[in-house]
Design a protein around this ligand. Structure first.
Ligand SMILES: Nc1ncnc2c1ncn2[C@@H]1O[C@H](COP(=O)(O)OP(=O)(O)OP(=O)(O)O)[C@@H](O)[C@H]1O
Length: 590
């Protein structure tokens, strides 16, 4: 090895050793600082206890004072010296020992000691090189560096009192993938809830920006709280574009977990205009329209989102279509409930009678527009009359009773207020709420529950678009970054059969073929009769003479409306015929 390269190697070793020593020094002084900050208050307490003991028993008749003195000595012993004092004491002790002892050491021992020290130093350097801890993959940003400094116990102690936080003390802050986490020691007058109430003071003490999310919860031990500053998101760096192989709704920004919402829930999706409701609902609409046993119905008077899905969903975009589709879904629901086998709580979806998800986009507008709509209806005598109808009662009944029939209502609104945005009868039926950014805490409470603010569900502070809180009884208030599903992706999705009560299920693979069952003079196409229709047909078939429609309600126990609709369907499909005098007879050939 040439001289310059040997010199360079030695310099590198020396630099590594110096770095290692500096690193150890910094860590040790840090450890001592934290311990001192935590234990010094205990010395103060012990000193106060001693003073009290001395006042109580000045003559030292009992062991009270003696015990307090011992406790004070123990408390003092447990407070480590600061690093500079410890190092100075160690250097002084070594120097004194050397001064006294070294002249007595023989020359041979000197030589072997020098060899041993050299070998030890070389070994230590080698060991340090091989066991160097991997550099932390998390590099603090400038903001995090500032916050980390201000969270150090010394800084906190110095400023806590003037910020109304006397009696609290931070531990050592850690930088994690979702932000900075620090334990906070609380004295007798503090609790985690009280600390949560002082969030503004903490923000001021740390000089944290207003938009930075702070989370305070009870610590792992009594007397401690955990403060988290959400400076970063665990979803950072993830690919949030929706794709068939990445089908979750989004990613938890705290844990980095994929968050999915299963079908079968009654959903409320709320958020102010532009918060990302439509985009957030797309992965869910995909699931609800995918597969043989799922069918999607979209009620969308804005005709924007619904149109994207009209190759996979039944879309109602006028008030009349809304009334008609709600009637159909409601009749289907009653049919299913009527034939639900005894002991079975919920309908098992099949290709013939799939799970139906009814999505009401901009629910408040639907309720207003589909109200008192002139709608032609057949009355008991088979005559068509125009009545005014509203969609709301049907939607309410689907929300109330649909679950058992495997028919789920999803309500989307940008005005999440009870009465105006979410109907009073529907709000209590909601089982899962997906709340994007809303305007006010009151709106957040309507969507996420009365306890929303108190428990950290602050949807009014969410960034927009595309960040949601999901309250389903299982998740906590960690924001979820929602996947982005573009309109073009929706349009390019393969077709799916469109549900209708007069639709026979598609059996062919590939592009589904839908057959609308309509009466035809040449070759009548007859649908299978089940549920309510079967009951009505049975009552007509078993009657000795033509049956009048109004008598059917009595014989079958069904409501007049249900009977009227069933009679119309059976007449249309050729199962029954209405005689000139209004009597109904069964057509056995059908
Ligand atoms: N998850 C997301 N990631 C990225 N951008 C998003 C996301 N969600 C929404 N956006 C952006 O926000 C815009 C508005 O989103 P969207 O149309 O879903 O809002 P909205 O709440 O349905 O609004 P409105 O109620 O007015 O219809 C989108 O065009 C898109 O550019």
């Amino acid at each position: 090895m040439s001289h310059p390269s040997a010199w360079q190697t030695h310099r590198q070793y020396a630099a590594t050793a110096a770095r290692w020593t500096a690193d150890r020094w910094a860590k040790e002084s840090d450890r001592r600082r934290t311990l001192r900050a935590t234990r010094k208050p205990l010395v103060r307490d012990a000193r106060a206890a001693l003073a009290q003991a001395q006042a109580t028993d000045p003559q030292k008749v009992t062991s009270l004072v003696h015990r307090a003195e011992r406790e004070l000595a123990t408390a003092k012993r447990r407070v480590p010296d600061p690093m500079w004092l410890f190092a100075s004491k160690a250097a002084l002790a070594t120097a004194a020992a050397g001064y006294v002892g070294l002249p007595l050491v023989p020359g041979r021992v000197w030589m072997w000691a020098a060899v041993a020290v050299g070998v030890a130093v070389a070994g230590a350097v080698l060991w340090a090189l091989l066991h160097r801890p991997a550099a932390s993959p998390i590099e603090p940003t400038a903001e995090e560096r500032d916050l980390l400094k201000r969270l150090q116990p010394e800084h906190w102690r110095e400023h806590a009192e003037q910020r109304g936080l006397a009696g609290t003390l931070t531990g050592r802050p850690r930088l994690t993938e979702s932000g900075i986490v620090v334990a906070v020691r609380l004295d007798g007058q503090w609790t985690a809830t009280k600390l949560r109430g002082s969030e503004d003071h903490i923000r001021a003490l740390l000089g944290a920006r207003t938009g930075l999310r702070l989370q305070i919860k009870a610590g792992k031990q009594g007397g401690w709280a955990e403060l988290t500053l959400r400076t970063r998101s665990a979803a950072d760096g993830d690919d949030l574009l929706w794709a068939p192989e990445r089908r979750s709704l989004g990613i938890d920004t705290v844990t980095g977990e994929h968050v999915a919402v299963a079908l079968g829930e009654r959903l409320l999706i709320a958020g102010r205009s532009g918060a990302g409701k439509s985009v957030a609902s797309r992965p869910l609409l995909f699931d609800a329209s995918e597969g043989d046993t799922n069918a999607l119905v979209i009620i969308d008077l804005k005709r924007v989102e619904g149109r994207l899905w009209d190759h996979r969903a039944r879309v109602a975009s006028t008030p009349e279509e809304v009334i008609a589709v709600v009637d159909e879904v409601e009749a289907e629901m009653h049919d299913r409930l009527n034939v639900l086998p005894k002991g079975q709580d919920t309908w098992g979806p099949t290709a013939d009678r799939p799970r139906i998800t009814v999505v009401v986009d901009e629910g408040a507008e639907v309720v207003t527009a589909a109200d008192k709509v002139p709608f032609p209806e057949e009355d008991g005598d088979g005559k068509t009359k125009v009545r005014t109808r509203s969609a709301l009662p049907g939607l309410e009944s689907i929300a109330r009773m649909g679950r058992a029939a495997c028919i789920d209502l999803w309500w989307m609104t940008q005005k999440p207020t009870i009465g105006d945005g979410v109907p009073k009868q529907i709000a209590p039926q909601i089982s899962t709420s997906i709340c994007l950014a809303v305007r006010t805490p009151a709106e957040a409470r309507v969507v996420l529950g009365e306890d929303a603010q108190a428990k950290g569900w602050n949807a009014d502070e969410l960034p927009a678009p595309g960040v949601a809180l999901i309250r389903d009884g299982k998740r906590g208030p960690d924001p979820v970054k929602v996947r982005y599903m573009d309109k073009a992706v929706v349009i390019a999705l393969p077709d799916q059969p469109i549900w209708s009560r007069t639709t026979t299920p598609a059996t062919a693979t590939g592009a589904p073929t839908l057959t609308l069952v309509k009466p035809s003079a040449a070759a009548p196409v007859v649908a299978a009769v089940d549920g309510t229709d079967a009951r009505i047909l049975d009552a007509i078939e078993t009657a000795a003479a033509p049956v009048r429609q109004k008598d059917l309600a009595e014989t079958t126990g069904l409501s007049k409306g249900t009977v009227s609709k069933a009679v119309k369907r059976l007449t249309d499909t050729g199962h029954i015929t209405r005689q000139p005098d209004g009597g109904l007879t069964a057509d056995k050939a059908a």
